[in-house]
Design a protein around this ligand. Structure first.
Ligand code: UD1
Ligand code: UDP
Length: 359
C-alpha cells in the first residue's frame, strides 16, 4: 500500500510525527512525504523533522508567503504532478491549512482516495480560512478520521452519513504525540533555565491567527491584555513570524517576554510547567488540557467545544478586559482533568488499520 502524505505547516509536522513513526514500522506500507513549503523557517519546520525523527520529505515544493488563492493554486498544481508520478492508493492530509485543501483537491480530481486526519471540526465561522479549508476537505474525503465525538456529530448534522465515506472517531493524533514526547521533553528541554522561568509561575501565550493578527484593534487589545497580566505574572510568548511582522508593522511594543518560535520539546516543557495558557492556537488549546493546564482562548469560537463545556477553557475573544478577567478566574481554578475526551493515545494504529482494511 502506498500513501502520499501532504504536510506544510507546523502543526502538521507534529501530527505526522505520530503517524509516520507507526507507518515506518509497517513493512507493507510505503509512505511518501510531500512538504508544500508553507512553513519554511528552521524553527517553524526543520526543527520538528530533526527533533521528532520525521522521515525526510521526498518532495519539497517550496511554496509559501502568498495570498490564499495563489498559495493554494500553486500547491494544487504541484501536488497533482507528484500524485501523477507516485500513483498512491491514498493521499493523507492533516487539519485545515491551505496545504490540506490543496492536497485533498488534487487527489480527489485524480480519483485517488483522500484520508483526512482531524476531520469534522467546525468553528461555524466562515470568515476563517481554516473553516473553509476543513469543510471543503471533509466533503471530498473518503476517510474522515475524527478526533472527538463532537466532530463525528458535526459531520452527521451536515448529512455526511448519506455520503459514500467512512467516518471513524479514532481519537486525537496530537494527544498521541504529546504522550510520546512528554518524557523526551522532560529529559532534553532546558528552556525554563534558559529563560529563568519558575515552574507554575508564568503564563505561556501564543497568537498567530489571521483574525487576530490582521485586525489592528484585536491585536492591540490582546497585546494590552498580555502586558497587563505580565505586571502580575511573567508572560512568555514564542512568537509566530506572522505576528512578529505585524507587531513591527504597527510599531506595537510588547512589555512581556517575546522569544522566537521553539521546537516541540521546548514547547511541551513550557506548556507542562505553565501556570496558565493563553492562545488562539487550535493545537495548544488541547495540549494545555493534555498537561492539565487551564486555557484562555483568544478567539470568539473554538472547534474544541468540549474543553469549554468541561470548564478547562474560557473563550475570551480579543477583548482586553475579558482576557484579563478570564485569566484571573482560571489562575484560581482548581479541579481534576477528566481523561478520555481525546481517545486512548492509539490514534495512529486505528488510522492504519482502517486504511489497510479499505485497500
Ligand atoms: C497557517 C494556517 C493556520 C495554522 C498556522 C499554524 C492557513 C490558511 N493557515 O497560518 O491554520 O494555524 O499555519 O502555524 O493555512 N511565515 C514566515 N516563516 C515561516 C512561516 C510563515 O515568515 O516559517 C510568514 C509567511 O511569510 C507569511 C505569514 O508568516 O507572511 C503567514 O504564513 P502562512 O503560512 O500564510 O499562514 P499562517 O499564519 O502560518
Ligand atoms: N508549537 C511549537 N512551538 C511554538 C509554538 C507552537 O512547537 O513556538 C506547537 C504547539 O505545541 C502545537 C502546535 O505547534 O503542537 C500548534 O501549532 P500552531 O499554533 O502553529 O497552529 P494551530 O494548531 O493553531 O493550527
Amino acid at each position: 500500500m502506498k500513501i502520499v502524505t501532504i504536510v506544510g505547516a507546523r502543526p502538521q509536522f507534529i501530527k505526522a510525527s505520530a503517524l509516520s513513526r507507526r507507518i515506518l514500522a509497517q513493512e507493507a506500507i510505503n509512505e511518501v512525504l510531500v512538504h508544500t513549503g508553507q512553513h519554511f523557517d528552521d524553527n517553524m519546520s526543520d526543527v520538528f523533522f530533526r527533533e521528532m525523527d520525521i522521515p525526510a520529505p521526498k518532495y519539497h515544493l517550496d511554496i509559501h508567503s502568498l495570498s490564499h488563492g495563489a498559495m493554494t493554486g500553486r500547491m494544487l498544481e504541484a501536488i497533482e504532478m507528484v500524485l501523477a508520478e507516485e500513483k498512491p492508493d491514498f493521499t493523507l492530509v492533516y487539519g485545515d491549512t491551505n496545504s490540506t485543501l490543496a492536497g485533498a483537491l488534487a487527489a480527489k480530481k485524480m480519483h485517488i482516495r483522500v484520508a483526512h486526519v482531524e476531520a469534522g471540526l467546525r468553528s461555524f465561522n466562515m470568515a476563517m480560512p481554516e473553516e473553509v479549508n476543513r469543510i471543503l476537505t471533509d466533503r471530498i474525503s473518503d476517510y474522515l478520521f475524527c478526533p472527538t465525538q463532537v466532530a463525528v456529530q458535526n459531520l452527521e448534522t451536515e448529512g455526511f452519513r448519506h455520503f459514500p465515506c467512512t467516518i471513524i472517531n479514532c481519537g486525537d493524533i496530537m494527544y498521541e504525540a504529546a504522550l510520546y514526547y512528554r518524557d523526551k521533553s522532560a529529559h532534553e528541554s532546558r528552556i525554563l533555565d534558559t529563560l529563568g522561568l519558575v515552574d507554575g509561575q508564568y503564563i505561556l501565550a501564543t497568537v498567530h491567527r489571521q483574525e487576530n493578527t490582521d485586525d489592528l484593534i484585536r491585536l492591540r487589545s490582546i497585546i494590552r491584555a498580555l502586558n497587563k497580566l505580565n505586571e502580575e505574572t511573567p508572560v512568555v510568548v514564542p512568537l509566530h513570524p506572522r505576528t512578529r511582522k505585524l507587531l513591527d508593522h504597527y510599531s506595537l511594543v510588547p512589555q512581556f517576554t517575546v522569544i522566537e518560535p521553539v521546537g516541540y520539546m521546548d514547547m511541551v516543557s513550557l506548556t507542562s510547567h505553565a501556570r496558565l495558557v493563553l492562545t488562539d492556537s487550535g493545537g495548544l488549546q488541547k495540549e494545555a488540557y493534555f498537561f492539565e493546564k487551564y486555557c484562555v482562548t483568544l478567539r470568539d469560537q473554538t472547534e474544541w467545544t468540549e474543553l469549554v463545556d468541561g470548564g478547562y477553557n474560557i473563550l475570551a475573544g480579543a477583548d482586553e478586559d475579558k482576557i484579563v478577567e478570564a485569566a484571573r478566574t482560571l489562575m484560581d481554578r482548581t479541579g481534576s482533568f477528566a481523561a478520555g475526551m481525546y481517545g486512548d493515545g492509539n490514534t495512529s494504529a486505528q488510522i492504519i488499520q482502517a486504511l489497510k482494511k479499505g485497500r
